[in-house]
Design a protein around this ligand. Sequence first.
Ligand SMILES: [Fe+2]
Ligand SMILES: [Fe+2]
Length: 171
Amino acid sequence: MELVERIREVLSAELNPDGILEILKREHREVSALMDHVEQSKPGAPARTSTFEEIASTLLAHVKAEDEVFYPALDKIEATHGMALEAHEEHHVIEVLVAELRAIQVRGEAWMAKFHVLTENVDHHVKEEEDKFFPKARTVLAAAHQVEMATAYAAARDRHLAGRTTHSEPS
Ligand SMILES: [Fe+2]
Ligand SMILES: [Fe+2]
């Protein structure tokens, strides 16, 4: 990389410290706090249902936007291709569990058992992303690209949160 290009990249990253990895990690913390809230809630508590709905919508928007904006770039690079495939499969399991939780009675024991499984899957996936995938992504994606991705990611996430899923690219 040309020196001038490298300097531009570093300056850009400094002016915009929030690259996509920082945004994703912040969202992981937020969803984890909400999941703890549900784990500690009493059966039948109205907060359990409303907090779960918040988790479901933010989690689905997060994984869909990651699949749209973040992982396609890593999928094209040989060093990160395998982890992009793995992340996509883990997202699929999370999406299935969220859909199943939405379909059954929140009050029942079965719901809480399934919610535990969702928590375990999300914890595992977040750990894998933060300990393995993100450090690797940081080495293969230019800092300026990470900053650009942050903007594209936020737009995709907000579109999913608003319920608009008519993106032209496959998710
Ligand atoms: Fe994530
Ligand atoms: Fe993910």
